[in-house]
Design a protein around this ligand. Structure first.
Ligand SMILES: Cc1cc2nc3c(=O)[nH]c(=O)nc-3n(C[C@H](O)[C@H](O)[C@H](O)COP(=O)(O)O)c2cc1C
Length: 272
């Protein structure tokens, strides 16, 4: 089967598919630039990253990719970009939530959330970020304890106040995973050079995508550090062989809402 198939009765020969292709494997046929139908350049076809830009850019639904038919790619709803005001409120209104209601999250809710997050960009469209979802509060607490045990082994050169965290733990608080009812861990192959950036982007996407679900999130930075530094913590996570934790997010229903947007530094920019 050809990599791309073009319905010539629909194709407007606009060339958007060729211009959208990030690896330049689509050319317009005879009569280039605008008179031919799109075809692939066979010699470089194997460079295709199956990103679907050729299908998505076609305004006529005329182009099908071997792995993606236009019928499988829903049209965008009008107004999908939202307004600068709406996006600004969402980004500025998001907070790291560290106070969660003791209320479990239904697995379907997390499944719906991850179904959105899977559209986050990934290096070369590799889509190699995997997830481990822990919905059992006791299991989350067990991981906090494993991090605390690791912190006990560290000297004073750790850049954060270990003493303060150990004291908080002894007083019944959880400075590691904040008694979150659930945890989402992003993981991927330890030898994949793109996976770390892709996972960070996926987690940042998740952080925002959780908001309309009424969920609050907080980056699990200490757990991520501990998973890299402690065999015991890495083992407790129970990730597949060859995989490592790439980042994580505490998640749950917030105990209270924030009423204002705190100030932040102005953007530090050098204009070229
Ligand atoms: C990479 C990263 C790791 C973080 N790790 C933790 C963490 O382990 N525990 C925590 O309470 N907050 C953690 N945070 C949250 C930051 O403290 C928080 O983003 C910052 O204070 C700003 O607050 P805001 O997110 O509400 O704007 C982390 C944030 C990032 C980006």
């Amino acid at each position: 089967m050809a990599l791309i198939t073009v319905d010539e009765s629909k194709c407007r020969r606009c060339g958007f598919c060729a211009r959208a292709c990030p690896v330049g494997i689509i050319a317009l046929g005879e009569g280039f630039p605008a008179t031919g139908f799109p075809t692939t350049i066979e010699k470089i076809e194997k460079g295709c990253i199956t990103c679907g830009h050729c299908v998505a850019a076609c305004p006529a639904g005329a182009l099908a990719h071997r792995g993606m038919k236009p019928e499988e790619c829903p049209p965008l709803a009008p107004g999908w970009r939202l307004t600068t005001e709406q996006v600004g409120q969402l980004i500025k209104g998001r907070r790291s939530v560290r106070n969660f209601r003791a209320e479990p999250i239904e697995p379907e809710v997390i499944a719906d959330l991850l179904d959105i997050v899977r559209y986050a960009p990934s290096g070369m469209n590799s889509q190699t970020v995997s997830w481990k979802v822990i919905l059992d509060e006791q299991e989350v607490q067990f991981l906090s304890l494993a991090v605390i045990e690791w912190l006990r082994t560290l000297g004073d050169d750790f850049p954060y106040s270990v003493k303060g965290m150990l004291k908080a733990w002894e007083m019944g608080r959880d400075p590691i995973l904040r008694k979150a009812p659930a945890l989402i861990v992003a993981h991927g192959a330890a030898d994949d050079p793109m996976s770390s950036a892709s996972a960070t982007i996926a987690l940042a996407t998740l952080d925002l995508a959780a908001l309309p679900f009424g969920l609050g999130t907080c980056w699990a930075g200490f757990l991520t550090m501990a998973a890299a530094g402690s065999y015991e913590v890495a083992t407790a996570l129970g990730l597949p062989p060859g995989h490592r934790m790439l980042g994580g997010m505490m998640i749950g229903y917030p105990e209270f809402e924030y009423a204002r947007i705190p100030t932040r530094n102005p953007a530090d920019v050098i204009w070229g």
